[in-house]
Design a protein around this ligand. Sequence first.
Ligand SMILES: *Cc1c(COP(=O)(O)O)cnc(C)c1O
Length: 471
Amino acid sequence: MRYLSTRGHADRKQFCEILLEGLAPDGGLYLPEQYPQVDTATLARWRQLPYAELAFEILSLYIDDIPAADLKALCAKTYTRDVFGTDAIVPLRQLEDGVYLEALSNGPTLAFKDMAMQLLGNLFEYELGRRGEELNILGATSGDTGSAAEYAMRGKKGVRVFMTSPHGRMSPFQQAQMFSLLDANIHNLAVDGVFDDCQDIVKAVSNDLDFKRKYRIGTVNSINWARLLAQVVYYFAGYFQATQKDGDPVSFTVPSGNFGNVCAGHVARMMGLPIARLVVATNENDVLDEFFRTGVYRVRGSADTHETSSPSMDISKASNFERFVFDLLGRDGQRTGQLFGQRLAESGSFDLHLDPAFAAAAERFGFVSGKSTHADRLATIQDTWQRFGQMIDTHTADGLKVAREQVQAGIPMVVLETALPIKFAETIVEALGRSPERPARFEGIEDLPRRVERVAADVDVVKAYIATHCD
Ligand SMILES: *Cc1c(COP(=O)(O)O)cnc(C)c1O
């Protein structure tokens, strides 16, 4: 399997080459040259498999530069009861008739990003070890991504993490989660500023090519193909739990921000998994809902980007969306490059509503969308608690609200649960008047010793910190 850029660059690459890379040289995102096809007989065989073996089967269709035995061992080491809490790894539970929650948030940081990041940690350690190289991951986080990355990379050979976050702006639980990691290869940098300052620092460091090369700076952001690929697996696992017969359709609703999670659903559907609808659920930051309703993709400015009670979906643009548009436009790299390159740079938006490809988006690709607000979240959290005794988090509530608008008779609707309620306790208290349950292993983490360095919002300060902690 080889990989190409969504902007039409002539290079073709192997999996391990793009594993440690960010964007393609032309600024595009990597996708496989084609999607391997899975028939009913294969589905029937996969249905029997434990999660780690299912992951191996799917990954091995896309990765041919890691020996099969090694890849199998990496999957077995990643997807364990020990790390994800159950043998099912992503257990399904029913709410009302035909509506299910698929639990993706029982990993180390209680959000779905662990599903991919835990594998990425093991892949990085393996590949860096094989090359005899080291990598320093520099990131910016306002919560879930940073902690998932740190828990995935802690103690891994050849990898260091330098994670910037806005000082005092993450939830107390999220701060405790990240800052209580004492591993020598994990560095928390609390920046005096807001999230955008952190992101600007990361960008400035990455644009300093000499520094980047000298200190082997890399990233783990959501455009990484390996993360997307790891996420494809739980669409299959959810499908098997929601159906009895291979070939029966299932729909998925996905609380969405950067379009990474639901893009993995798109890949699963392109492989032939019988997915009827892929429902994109947004919060008040409705860039994606607007596109699927109107054909207009309009990047928001920072004044137009709302801080909400489902903060992991507070985006101004959807960084993985380009992958879907590339497929939507019949894999026309030149056109995709024009839209996401020139057009967005010039006007901040593009409009596909007159394009026949857009008219076919729902029919050919199954995409529909909806939006949920703070009031919707509160109502959905209350209703789900009262009727089913289930406490759900704010992002999952956005999904459930939109899912109910898109249910079709006879087709199971699986809502992806993207975090546990304890991560967003303040809104749970607002909705239910009580605090969410806390898994035993997180009891008292606020009182643990912390390892965090407070720094000015200054690129040179961060560079100096990296330089002195790099050997
Ligand atoms: C990251 C995140 C999302 C959004 O996922 P995307 O892949 O960016 O669409 C939704 N919910 C939670 C809890 C998250 O951490």
